[in-house]
Design a protein around this ligand. Structure first.
Ligand SMILES: NC(=O)c1ccc[n+]([C@@H]2O[C@H](COP(=O)([O-])OP(=O)(O)OC[C@H]3O[C@@H](n4cnc5c(N)ncnc54)[C@H](OP(=O)(O)O)[C@@H]3O)[C@@H](O)[C@H]2O)c1
Length: 259
């Protein structure tokens, strides 16, 4: 049975999308919403069986989806994802770098276990592996496929916690919590977004960072403002940008956020 949205309007029909961390939380909802708009969705997840189960469930609703094993921190998995995509599809149109981790405390609603001056090396390095190095090297690896698209979109799922403007503003809601590992990893991801977008400006590839809002997921916690469905909307908006849409920006819905 198809969702009404799929029957009424499929603006992403014919597009191929890869979503990392796509088998739970907001990533899964991003996959569902992309598929409902007609995209063929490749669900990447550390657990291949979970990725395949999620894809089966989407196909059961009449959508096009497949699941692949993709631990974004593994160079071997990134290479295998490239090999699979390049042999299966003519191009990649949408890359959603969604996978992310929060190691500073139990979840983003809980104050960090340690202040920045005492954050653990393992937490800082581990967080950078997943939240920064992985999207950088996955984007690099998939760039040849993105270049083959007539209009590719890279969406880096960042956080308002990566905004240096917000981190340094006592009036900002993010100011009271100082999560060194997470905040700096997302600030680095924002810098990557700017640099890649500027390199690719004038090409058919747009690169933007988004903040999804505070979302009720494993990371966001149960008290967060938004459902995963609502949280997925900003990523969907920037995955489906028209050719005259922005590149090199940082957004929450249609609002531009400060770096
Ligand atoms: N929730 C919020 O309020 C909020 C706010 C701002 C930004 N964000 C960002 O939104 C994104 C999604 O977060 P979420 O709220 O959905 O968190 P979540 O419920 O904790 O889900 C995290 C997702 O990332 C995946 N993941 C983690 N490490 C991975 C790896 N090495 N390889 C592949 N997948 C990996 C997880 O897969 P497994 O099932 O394998 O663990 C899971 O699918 C993250 O980038 C997060 O920083 C969230």
């Amino acid at each position: 049975m198809q969702d009404n949205a799929a029957i009424i309007k499929q603006p992403l029909a014919g597009k191929t999308a890869l979503v990392t961390g796509g088998a739970r939380g907001m990533g899964l909802e991003i996959c569902r919403q992309l598929a409902a708009r007609g995209a063929t969705v490749v669900i990447g997840a550390r657990d291949e069986a979970k990725a395949r189960d999620c894809a089966d469930a989407l196909r059961g609703r009449g959508y096009q989806a497949v699941g692949i094993k993709l631990d974004v921190t593994s160079a071997e998995d990134r290479e295998a994802a490239y090999a699979y995509l390049s042999k299966t599809y003519a191009s990649l149109d949408i890359l959603i770098n969604n996978a992310g981790i929060w190691l500073d405390s139990a979840n983003a609603a809980t104050p960090p276990d340690r202040p920045p001056s005492a954050a653990s090396e393992a937490d800082v390095r581990g967080t950078f592996e997943a939240n920064f190095f992985a999207p950088v090297f996955l984007s690099q690896r998939l760039l040849p496929l993105l270049r083959r698209s007539s209009g590719a979109r890279i969406v880096n799922v960042s956080s308002i916690r990566g905004s240096l403007t917000h981190l340094s503003d006592p009036a900002s809601p993010v100011y009271p919590i100082k999560a060194l590992a997470y905040d700096t990893s997302k600030a680095a991801l924002n810098a990557f977004t700017i640099l890649l977008a500027e390199e690719l400006r004038g090409s058919h590839i747009k690169v933007n960072a988004i903040h999804p809002g505070w979302v009720r997921t494993g990371m966001g916690g149960g008290q967060a403002d938004l459902s995963p469905e609502e949280g997925a909307r900003t990523a969907i908006l920037y995955a489906g940008l028209d050719d005259d849409g922005p590149t090199g920006g940082f957004f929450y819905q249609d609002e531009r956020l400060p770096w």
